[in-house]
Design a protein around this ligand. Structure first.
Ligand SMILES: *[C@@H]1O[C@H](CO)[C@@H](O)[C@H](O)[C@H]1NC(C)=O
Ligand SMILES: *[C@@H]1O[C@H](CO)[C@@H](O)[C@H](O)[C@H]1NC(C)=O
Length: 274
């Protein structure tokens, strides 16, 4: 069942949508206020290491902030979007944009987009935790956002909106580090850290991404919510991050609908397929 926010009825000013990458069990800070025709995303890095957030628009929507940038630990960046923007955000880890010599080879351990700092509209290489955003200028159309692990996980993400009404518009981070509980068959590993030879789990594939089977991907004979009911793998994701989409027809995920009418329970399952 989705979490629904009260309808936003004020006139010209729109609520601010902020989202933040967070270290486990810490929480999101609020940002300043917004203009009439734009939404401001505050992308904050609460991790103790640098991340390179990125965004990609859906077809027909503009690229924001070049599509990617660095946010050092403890810092944040404002990204201004049109009030009707649709697309996704994710964050890249372990990047070095000079090491590939401009060849287009991957420059990041997770979430890479053709080896570039500015993704310029390209989507990232899964697995990466996705924030999916669908905004409408007309509040009655029902803007929404959610966090999806349908393609897998790399970092915990929390999302909140301003003005907040209680915590109803917030999507919480994770109760557990998915990388720490990721089974071997889903792990993405890399040699990270000074001199440490042991491989570190840097991301965790979804079962759909790892095995490509219709039953995990909700395709073919499994293309309905009744037929695609999750798996031992999606339940592992759900247990770690209860508010996120753990597979395509996960109807228990939180979809924050900050500006519109409430939608029927489960009606936002398709959002995970953006
Ligand atoms: C990035 O890669 C270049 C070339 O391999 C290397 O010289 C540099 O030290 C790397 N930077 C970091 C921060 O690791
Ligand atoms: C970004 O993408 C647009 C549209 O595909 C293209 O015209 C432009 O040259 C690209 N910019 C860079 C810096 O690659």
């Amino acid at each position: 069942m989705g979490k629904h926010c009260p309808r936003w009825t004020s006139g010209a000013r729109r609520p601010l949508l902020s989202w933040a990458l967070i270290a486990l069990l810490s929480f999101v800070a609020a940002g300043p206020v917004v203009l009439a025709e734009a939404i401001v995303f505050h992308v904050a890095n609460r991790c103790p290491f640098p991340v390179w957030p990125a965004s990609a628009p859906n077809t027909g929507h503009p690229v924001l902030a070049g599509g990617g940038f660095l946010v050092p630990p403890g810092k944040s960046r404002r990204v201004v979007a049109p009030a009707t923007w649709n697309g996704r955000f994710w964050a890249r880890t372990g990047c070095n944009f000079t090491a590939n010599g401009g060849t287009g080879a991957a420059a990041c351990l997770t979430g890479d987009c053709e080896g570039r700092l500015a993704c310029n509209g390209s989507v990232g290489t899964p697995p990466a935790t996705l924030v999916e955003v669908s905004l409408h200028a007309d509040p009655s159309k029902g803007s929404s956002y959610d966090v999806s692990l349908v393609d897998g996980y790399n970092l915990p993400v929390a999302v909140s909106a301003k003005p907040a009404t209680g915590n109803k518009c917030a999507i919480a981070g994770c109760a557990k580090d998915v990388n720490a509980v990721c089974p071997p068959e889903l792990q993405v590993t890399a040699a990270t850290g000074g001199g440490a030879k042991a491989a570190t789990v840097v991301a965790c594939k979804s079962a759909c991404l790892a095995f490509g089977l219709d039953a995990f991907c909700c395709r073919g004979a499994y293309a309905t919510p009744a037929a695609c009911r999750g798996s031992v793998y999606s339940r592992l994701f759900k247990d770690a991050c209860p508010a996120y989409y753990s597979y395509a027809y996960d109807t228990t995920a939180a979809t924050a609908t900050g500006w519109g009418d409430e939608e029927p329970d489960g009606g936002r399952a398709g959002a995970a397929l953006m």
